[in-house]
Design a protein around this ligand. Structure first.
Ligand code: NDP
Ligand code: 8G0
Length: 485
């Protein structure tokens, strides 16, 4: 229990918290804050300095609150003001993107790139094109990316970017004109040793192609400035599959810790994009039964699980035609639930053993979490970034559900992006088997790192705390080594 000395008497922090008293702010000269107070003061500052950035506040709270034990043990982090520094991006770039639609009308969108932390390597992270994109969302993603990239063991700093441009319903030519204009500004801020973007929601192989072509034309160099490239122009085998496969490998480690595996497990997946598609493929290969897919319009139920034909139709419809999932449901006569989340559908239709959120942030709230625990969920593995609200996470943990946090579970995508960068630097290409082998090893290492730090800091099995601490100490120690940058 933490003890705070006031000039009156010694008061246990828990007792004060229970009484809802305000912690003392005035201290004796030379008296240090404890870890909890340090975290609370930084969270307060972050909220004050970044108003209206709810998702960024959420990500900062989620990470910082789990760092208390390491901050108490290692005073150097407070001395070097690591929390104040790590929550402030090194650079934030905002720019206008003007583009012309097929009718000759002009539109204006906002582009952005948040270069968050370069302590252990060039900024690395995806670009998201979605109408909900704002600075708070890109900052939450960039902040998470710092710790995730550190966990991969590869030399990558954290960054993220994107635009509030909505790709839904746009023609190929409109997408191309938008991405060209986006890159006309972005190119001056990125480079293979500076900042290496990739795709994310709304940015897939097609968009990376247009972005790369524009960059090359401007700088007149063929270099590994983006990842997720096409296989015949510098891309890595397994990069499209990496996030979904990697998260499934991570899930296998979670299940192994309870002496079980995926065989016969009913797995509810949300989303039907890149992560969901390859998560579903790998889960099925390993004996699990995928019971749902979803998109922004609703959810599809798969009473008999996934088969090759349905998988191909989902892939063609979403990745190639940029169409609606409902069309797949209609084609195969599968139940379609308009406007319903995957969790509601899966829980209504039967038992749910594993929840695999793979669409977007905050897609599992406390209500959804309760639906899932009532349906018998034993593991939640986060394919998407921050898909569970803090309430939902606490509900899972309080109910003994295995919880695989995003920054660990979905790190396979950026890990293979790191491998793509290595292959580009060496001017060679590894085989599918080689990359898959490296991905599997990285996911096992990430799981072990989280488990090790959870145990070291007194909460065995808490992969959220363990992964946050594991990513944090690597970056924080590098920042201290490099001085006051
Ligand atoms: P895609 O664009 O390929 O697919 C996104 C899917 O989620 C689509 O089915 C989309 O539906 C749905 N979706 C997106 N936004 C919303 C929303 N606001 N409400 C409901 N549904 C939504 O993206 P990815 O699969 O690449 O990314 C999914 C998640 O995984 C994101 O959180 C991303 O940050 C994360 N991630 C991705 C990695 C990668 O390598 N791609 C790596 C690590 C994390 P619709 O088609 O109708 O828009
Ligand atoms: O490859 C990447 O850098 C990338 C792309 C999309 C998402 C992510 C992520 O880790 O969230 C990384």
């Amino acid at each position: 229990m933490f003890i705070i000395r006031t000039n009156m008497r010694t008061v246990p922090v828990e007792e004060k918290r229970q009484k809802n008293e305000i912690l003392p702010v005035k201290r004796q000269k030379g008296e240090k804050m404890n870890g909890k107070e340090y975290v609370e003061s930084v969270i307060e500052t972050v909220k004050a300095k970044n108003p209206s950035q709810a998702e960024f506040h959420q990500a900062v709270e989620e990470v910082l609150n789990t760092l208390v034990p390491v901050l108490d043990k290692e005073p150097k982090y407070m001395k070097h003001k690591i929390l104040e520094r790590i929550t402030e991006p090194e650079r934030q770039v905002l720019f206008r993107v003007t583009w012309e639609d097929d009718n000759g009308e002009l539109h204006v969108n906002r582009g952005m790139r948040i270069e968050f932390n370069s302590a252990i390597g060039p900024y690395k992270g995806g670009l998201r094109f979605h109408p909900t994109v704002n600075i708070g969302i890109i900052k939450f993603l960039g902040f998470e990316q710092i710790f995730k990239n550190a966990l991969t063991g590869l030399p990558m700093g954290g960054g993220k970017g994107g635009s509030d441009f909505d790709p839904h319903g746009k023609s190929d030519a409109e997408i191309r004109r938008f991405t060209e204009n986006f890159m006309m500004e972005l190119y001056r801020h990125i480079g293979p040793d500076t900042d290496v973007p990739a795709g994310d929601i709304g940015v897939g192989g097609r968009e990376i192609g247009y972005l790369f072509g524009t960059y090359k034309k401007i700088v007149d160099r063929f270099e590994g400035v983006l990842t997720g490239k096409g296989l015949n122009w510098g891309g890595s085998l397994i990069r499209p599959e990496a996030t979904g496969y990697g998260a499934t490998y991570y899930l296998m480690e979670m299940l192994k810790s309870k002496g079980t595996d995926l065989k016969g497990k009913r797995v509810a997946i949300s989303g039907s994009g890149n992560v969901a598609q390859f998560a579903a493929e790998k889960v099925t290969q390993l004996g699990g039964r995928v019971v749902t897919f979803s998109d922004s319009r609703g959810s599809m139920y798969l009473p008999d699980g996934l088969n090759d034909d349905i998988w191909k139709a989902v892939y063609e419809t979403k990745a190639i035609k940029h169409g609606k999932l409902q069309e797949v449901a209609e084609k195969f006569n599968l139940p379609w639930y308009a406007g319903k989340k995957a969790w509601e559908v899966a829980a209504k239709e039967g038992q749910v053993d594993v929840a695999f959120p793979s669409a977007t942030q905050n897609e599992i709230d406390l209500n959804d979490a309760k639906l899932l625990t009532n349906a018998g969920v034993m593991a939640v593995v986060e394919g998407a970034n921050m898909p569970s609200t803090l309430d939902a996470i606490h509900h899972f943990m309080d109910n003994g559900v295995l919880f695989g946090p995003a920054k660990a579970a979905n790190a396979g995508g950026v890990a293979v992006s790191g491998l793509e960068m290595s292959q580009n630097s060496m001017r060679l290409a590894w085989t599918r088997e080689e990359v898959d082998q490296k991905l599997q090893q990285i996911m096992v290492n990430i799981y072990n790192t989280g488990a090790k730090y959870a145990e070291k800091y007194g909460d065995p099995g808490d992969l959220l705390m363990g992964s946050n601490i594991g990513g944090f100490v690597k970056v924080a120690d590098a920042m201290i080594d490099q001085g006051n940058y």
